[in-house]
Ligand binder design. Structure first.
Ligand code: RB5
Length: 150
């Protein structure tokens, strides 16, 4: 599996930890930064990871900022991205089983690195259940075309 990962300045240490963890699981990692404490804008990194997933360059993405909120809001603007903000493993599992989440968002100021690792491990190994959830996920995608907002 190939995973795209990105973060802002609030989360570069957590990202470094997760990159090592993923490599230890023999997962190929596309690291879009950022890699230090200098202030950056989270939408730029949400865009890079979302575009990587949508183009097929990577299978799924992980985005981390201070709260995970900005990253999830930004990633969900991309048609075909289903970004799930998770702070514990049960939501991560259900976001895969029911929602076929293709981007996982977390808040580095909200949870510790051990919890983040558990969330990522659960999210990576959980398949989409399909069945009754398939049509619902398709309806999420259809909302992009139906939305009248500006
Ligand atoms: C950066 O200070 C912070 O706003 C960002 O990491 C994130 O929490 C936004 O949602």
């Amino acid at each position: 599996m190939k995973i795209a990962i990105g973060c802002d300045h609030a989360a570069f240490e957590m990202k470094a930890h997760l990159v090592e963890m993923l490599k230890g699981k023999d997962i190929e990692v596309l690291d879009f930064g950022t890699n230090g404490p200098d202030s950056v804008d989270y939408p730029d990194f949400a865009a890079k990871v979302s575009e990587s997933v949508l183009s097929g360059e990577s299978e799924r993405g992980i985005l981390i900022c201070g709260t995970g909120l900005g990253m999830s809001m930004a990633a969900n603007k991309f048609r075909g991205i289903r970004a799930a903000l998770c702070s514990e493993p049960v939501s991560a599992r259900l976001s895969r089983e029911h929602n076929d989440s293709n981007v996982l968002c977390m808040g580095a100021r909200m949870i510790g690195t051990v919890m983040a690792g558990e969330i990522v491990s659960t999210w990576l190994k959980t398949p989409f259940e399909g069945g009754r959830h398939q049509g619902r996920v398709e309806k999420i995608t259809a909302l992009w075309s139906e939305s009248k907002g500006s």
